[in-house]
Design a protein around this ligand. Sequence first.
Ligand SMILES: [Zn+2]
Length: 464
Amino acid sequence: MSTASRDAWLAAVRRWKLHPDEPADERLWAPELEACSRDELHAIQSEKLVPAVQYLYEHSPLYASLCAACGIEPGDVTGREQLADLPVVTKDDMSRSLAAAAPWGTYTAIDDERWLTDGWQVFATSGTTSQPRPFRYTQFDREMWTWADARAVHAMGIRGGRDVGMMLFGYGPHVAMWGLHHALIHIGVPIVPAGGLDTRTRAASIDRYGPTVIGCTPSYALHLASVMRDMGLDPAASPVRVVIAMGEPLPESSARRIRDLWDAEVHQFYGCTEAAPSCGGYTCTAGSVHFLEDTHVLETLDPKTLKPVAPGSPGVAVVTNLISEASPQVRFLVGDYTALDHAGCACGRTHVVCEGGFTGRADDMLNVRGVTLFPSAVEDVVRGFAELGEEFQIVLERRAELDELILVAEPLPHVADDRHEELTLRLEGAFRARLELRPTIRLQPYGTLPKTEFKAKRVMDRRE
Ligand SMILES: [Zn+2]
């Protein structure tokens, strides 16, 4: 296969890898990329998009067939203006490709030869709804991932010479936190690995080794704090000053709860396996959720028509990956809802701000008696109640042809039984006011719901 399109693509990516080893200044890693005008940013995106489309078209049979179905040839794309004309690639497209061409599918640009000569690591989607989709990433991707995520952690105010990181995940095939791991090392922050350790051992390690930055899912940050308190350790008194939350939506009331329990700043990392390397989304010290727009293009589309929504309106996220050798996906439908704001940020960055962060994937949306809501909206209500513990469940049942939403929650041990009735009434009121829904509240003894060890499983849909 011709290497010309790959050479052109990788050269374009390398050309814009500015300040590869260290930040240009204390505030911004690469001011030319992060604080440039929108026109300059679009020019950078165009310069990368054109060879990306050519390369992906030549190296991914799935992508070539999707383009052919829309009557598009790579030469039709001369810049970012044509992005909206290109086909949207879905998880279903990838799953079908995987079924037809196991074990790797044809949705990436990597063949066996490239994998054997320049391969780095396989990452796979978690496969909760379908077969896990594998992605073979390369050494080139590792370099780009490290650099892009280093810029993200720099934006969070994390620094070598001051911080120590601890990554609370299993070091398995899921992308979550691998990028963070490499990025922290790149900026000179040493790592205490915590893969394979149980929660009590992790809690003891925090007490013993004193990491200042921990990375985990928001549910796990709450669970770990509760285990620490059970062990007589106070998370707020620990040296942890930053919690990087990832892998789940983070409603504001959950962020507040983590902030209070740990007496720490809460930051977010956001991304997906398909459009790695690099997280794409990250928070700055001003608290905005940004997207790294010189490495990815983020669009928001109407979920039904797949046409772009107006700026500021909520839509489903579609990502174009402008830095990967293995998986330079063009218009991959990630499916999380967000709304985009291009007005700039107090931190000085001109990169897009995702208002309200990412509220959840479209396939996670619940429909209860015609009311659509995300589990994260329920979480936002629950976390507003200081009397409730960190675990809760949303159970959906159908009774007499009607959907019923049952919230199962655990009052903390110090909340006396005679306060449960009043607590139930207040919870019902909060649900009606916020979600226009009257749930059944079921309070049960603290510690009886399953504990979250990685990502929380909150929804039990028993309506089928
Ligand atoms: Zn900002």
